[in-house]
Structures are given as C-alpha cells and as structure tokens.
Design a protein around this ligand. Structure first.
Ligand code: NAP
Length: 241
C-alpha cells in the first residue's frame, strides 16, 4: 500500500518544477493523479509517463468557471476528489514604487485568486465524500519584507491567511477537510532558473523540487490527519534566522 493509495489528487501547475515533483511522488505512492496546467503539451507528456489512471486537465486557475467544470469532470471520472494541491504560481520581480496595477492584478489573479477558487470549489466537493486534504503552496516570502517581490510576497501572505481561515472553517463545519500550506525557500525550478545545491549569498544552498514535494506528500496523506491549518516552512533555516 502506498501512502496515497487510490486517493484522487488534483495538482495545479503539475507540469513543471514543484508541481511536477509532487505529481511523481503521488503517483509513486499509489495516488490517482490529475495533472492540471496551462501547458497542455508538457502536462500530457508527464501524464503519459505516469500511465493509467493519471489524466490531464486543462485549467487556468484564475478562471472560476474552469474550476467548476474541472472538479465536476474529476468527480464524474473518478467518483470523488481527495486531495488538491494549489501549486500553480508566477513570479514577479518589481518593488512597491515601480509595480503597476496591471502587474499587481496579474500576480494576485494567479497566486491569490487561484488558491481561493481552488479552496472554494474543492472544499464543497470533498465535504460531499466525507473529507479531503488541501495543500497550498505559499512561500517563505509570506513572512517577511521582500523589496523586489512586492506583489509576489503579498500574494503568498494571502495564501497563508486563506489556508488558516479555510482550515478553521472546515473544522467548525466538521466536514473532514484539512487545509495546510508549505512555504519553500529558493528551489531549483524553471521559475527561478536555479540549480539544486547552488549556493546563494546569505541564503545557503537552493533546494530541489523533491524537498518541497516530500512536505506536500506528508500533509496530503493520512499521516497528517490531525494536522490542519499549519504552515510547513521548507527553507533550510532561512526564516529561522
Ligand atoms: P514553475 O516551474 O514555473 O511551475 C509553475 C507551473 O504553474 C507551470 O507549469 C505554469 O505553467 C503553471 N501555471 C502558471 N500560471 C498558471 C495558471 N494561471 N493556471 C494554471 N497553471 C499555471 O514554478 P515552481 O517554482 O515549481 O513554483 C510552484 C509553486 O511554488 C508556485 O506557487 C511558486 O510561487 C511556489 N514557490 C516556488 C519557489 C521556488 O524557489 N521555485 C519558492 C517558493 C514558492 P506555464 O509554464 O505554462 O506558465
């Protein structure tokens, strides 16, 4: 029995980086992976490698109608939704003075609206089958000032708060849904262009996508059945300093 045996797991942004490592970890542990992404070609290639019963879902996380249709399709095909990983995200590198409203809204749409819509529609679907687990991918930038990342850091602070409020709501409802967040430091993915183990001044070595996927796997699994509303920082002591 794998740690995710027969669990139906939807991973947004699953074609690249941390999302890709997460889809592979879930599949290795017996999960039924639904890989959701904008990048259909890359997503379908990954799904082909995972084999049946994995599938691809074209999903722009900013589109509420697409969330409704997508989750309905998952439930129609597999009978339920057990796990959602709100992982899709974009980086933006501008400071508070130079950031335009257009850029602010672009980042918030993907990084904040996306996880909100995912939580909103997944909680309802999971509650119908007695529960589930949502893992939101935030960032160490949720916690501190990050001058060149004003919109990005603010969007990740939204994810931290959204996670806590969703967890408390679900506990009050006794609907069996848990909601937790992970907060990575610098990780070697296409988003950052870093190499795993690359030394960064003052920050130590960049992590690998698998370092984050392992934390997501724990929170998504039944091993974390009493863990709800927590924030798991995966940054090799950067925020502890
Ligand atoms: P990545 O390699 O760029 O992967 C992100 C994935 O999300 C891509 O496949 C991308 O598709 C997809 N995506 C972007 N916008 C989307 C949308 N509107 N709807 C659906 N999918 C969308 O990035 P990553 O580094 O793995 O990041 C994953 C998550 O970890 C993000 O939330 C990021 O903020 C967070 N994080 C990363 C780091 C880090 O150092 N890498 C640190 C802290 C937190 P396209 O390629 O087609 O755009």
């Amino acid at each position: 029995m794998g740690r995710m045996q027969d669990k139906v797991c939807l991973v947004t942004g699953g074609a690249s980086g941390i999302g890709l490592a997460t889809t592979k970890a879930f599949a290795r542990e017996g999960g039924i992976v639904v890989l959701a992404d904008l990048d259909e070609a890359a997503g379908r290639e990954v799904v082909g490698g995972l084999g049946e019963p994995a599938s691809f879902l074209a999903l722009d996380v900013t589109d509420e109608a697409a969330w409704e249709t997508g989750i309905a399709q998952v439930v129609a095909r597999y009978g339920r939704l057990d796990v959602l990983v709100n992982n899709a995200g974009i980086l933006s590198g501008t400071d508070v003075v130079s950031t335009t409203m257009e850029e602010w809204r672009r980042v918030m749409a993907v990084n904040a609206d996306g996880p909100f819509l995912g939580c909103k529609h997944a909680v309802a679907a999971m509650a119908e089958v007695g529960g589930g687990s949502i893992v939101n991918v935030a960032s160490m930038a949720s916690y501190s000032g990050a001058p060149p990342l004003v919109a990005y850091a603010a969007s990740k602070a939204v994810v931290r708060s959204l996670t806590q409020t969703t967890a408390v709501y679900c506990m009050d409802q006794r609907n069996g849904v848990r909601c937790n967040s992970v907060h990575p430091g610098p990780i070697a993915t296409p988003m950052t262009g870093l190499q795993s183990g690359q030394e960064l001044p003052g920050l130590g070595a960049a992590g690998a996508p698998e370092d984050v996927a392992n934390g997501i796997l724990y929170l998504a699994s039944d091993e974390a059945r009493h863990v709800n509303g927590t924030a798991l920082v995966i940054d090799n002591a950067i925020t502890a300093r």
